[in-house]
Write a protein that binds this ligand. Structure first.
Ligand SMILES: Cc1ncc(COP(=O)(O)O)c(C=O)c1O
Length: 462
């Protein structure tokens, strides 16, 4: 392999490459390694340093980094046979096969696929499909959307309007009108139940209250992740999504599951909706659909919507040049085949309790870990100043804790994960679904080394 000139690459990056959601002023290349290679669950930078990728890229690389040859071969064969064709009016074998495969593994309410290029496009597609459906149904005034506070649904205009994170929305306002945000499911800090000793499902009732207040005949859809990522893996009460589903049915509103992260095994089933036993009208997905080996997303739906469009001869007024791209579809098919062959979701199920117990061990050993929550291979540790009172850190403390200390220190220790404060400060881990117990132990040992110093630094700030 040719030697890599890291300094030259970093210089070129600073001159020419603009990074996503990154402060480029004073960008320090030493804190941002250039990743050159992947293998199993590990990444290697251009200097050969190894990192355990406990964020799966961006919640994406379900099968890890070692299947490039097999997926690449499927892509090569497809490129030689038919490198590009469209899903506008026409089709091609790989898009058809992938749609049929997805119909096999989705909840019973879903049997159609409309392909796009990523998660934001999936959410945009769901927004438009819901309006299209209601118009076909003779209810064109159903345009409003209910989503949850702190939830991230993407950055394109419609998806950003639905996103519930004030800091990334406000600069781009006015956004799409008619979006309302309700409480997420966070028993640790929930306004309805944090002091009630457990979830009382008032957060689900809030959805009905907002629909009533807005006038049900104006509400198009409710969109929620099965387990909400932003804020730190907010898991639902086992009946929460079923209750929201009932409310949607009652008011004629479409129920959308944004499975961009939860889909494809992340929470121990093909979809979060399967784990939490509800049947959404639309699923949006991306990321794990190809394990990130190619960019792809999808809007998945079923007879309720398809029959309404077909019986009224209505067209879904939407299309994307690269949606269902044959080479990308070939990569997705191969990814799903590998996931089944290697029982990747079985690995998550077998190790979920082990991972949870190790994280709970960290909570016992370290005063700074206030809460541990999550499902499957999707977990967060909320960090607190005072475990007894659940007191959190102020903005300046969060900056020191997360950005100055934890992110660079964990990286130096060879562990990639997310230390974030889009809600209250939390460390999120979301390893590839092939991760073993030994690798979990390795990550836990790193946290055991790093968290005491985080505590010391925070104590010194008061
Ligand atoms: C729940 C959810 N929806 C949508 C998106 C947007 O996906 P993308 O970045 O592929 O546009 C994300 C991205 O992380 C997500 O987590």
């Amino acid at each position: 392999m040719a030697t890599i000139d890291t300094a030259r690459l970093q210089e070129l990056a600073i001159q020419h490459l603009w990074l996503h959601f990154t402060q480029m002023a004073g960008f320090d290349p030493d804190k941002h390694p250039v990743m050159a290679r992947g293998d199993d669950i590990y990444l290697y930078d251009t200097d050969g340093n190894r990192y355990m990728d406990f964020l799966s890229g961006l919640f994406t690389v379900q099968i890890g980094y070692s299947h490039g040859e097999e997926i690449g071969q499927a892509m090569l064969e497809q490129a030689m046979e038919l490198p590009y064709y469209t899903n506008w009016t026409y089709s091609h074998p790989r898009a058809i096969e992938l749609a049929a495969k997805l119909a096999e593994i989705t909840p019973a309410s879903i049997d159609r696929a409309f392909f796009v290029s990523g998660g934001s496009e999936g959410v945009e597609g769901a927004l438009k499909l819901a309006r299209n459906y209601h118009t076909a149904n003779g209810e064109p005034m159903r345009r409003k959307v209910i989503a949850r506070k702190i939830a991230y649904h993407g950055t394109t205009y419609g998806a950003l309007s639905i996103t519930g994170i004030t800091g990334i929305r406000s600069m781009f306002e006015p956004l799409m009108s008619g979006v309302r945000h309700v409480s997420p499911t966070n028993p640790y800090r929930c306004q309805h139940c944090a002091d009630a000793g457990g979830c009382n499902l008032k957060c689900a009732d809030e959805v009905a209250e907002v629909i009533e207040f807005e006038d049900p005949s104006t509400v198009s859809m409710v969109i929620m992740e099965p387990v909400q990522n932003a804020g730190g893996c907010f898991t639902p009460h086992p009946e929460y999504h079923q209750r929201v589903n009932e409310i949607c049915r009652e008011y004629g509103v479409l129920h959308v599951a944004d499975e961009t992260i939860c889909g494809y095994g992340r929470v121990g089933e093909w979809y979060g909706a399967i784990r939490y036993e509800y049947e959404p009208d639309i699923i949006t997905c991306a990321k794990g659909l190809t394990s990130g080996y190619q960019p792809m997303g999808a809007v998945l739906f079923g007879p309720r919507i398809a029959d309404a469009l077909i019986s009224t001869e209505s067209m879904y007024m939407h299309g994307i040049t690269f949606g269902g791209h044959p080479i990308v579809a070939a990569a997705a098919l191969k990814n799903l085949e590998i996931m089944e062959r290697e029982d990747v979701i079985g690995n998550v199920r077998r190790n979920e309790d082990y991972l949870r117990d190790q994280l709970l061990g960290l909570k016992e050993r370290h005063a700074i870990v206030g809460d541990v929550r999550g499902a499957g291979y999707f977990w967060a540790m909320e960090l607190v100043r005072d475990k007894a009172t659940r007191e959190t850190f102020n903005e300046q403390e969060c900056n020191v804790l997360l950005r100055d200390f934890l992110s660079p220190t964990l990286l130096k220790e060879g562990l990639l994960c997310r230390a974030d404060d889009r809600g209250d400060p939390a460390i999120q881990i979301s390893p590839p679904l092939i991760t073993t117990r030994e690798q979990i132990d390795e990550a836990i040992a790193i946290f055991d080394r790093v968290l005491p110093e985080a505590e010391r630094r925070m104590a010194a700030m008061r």
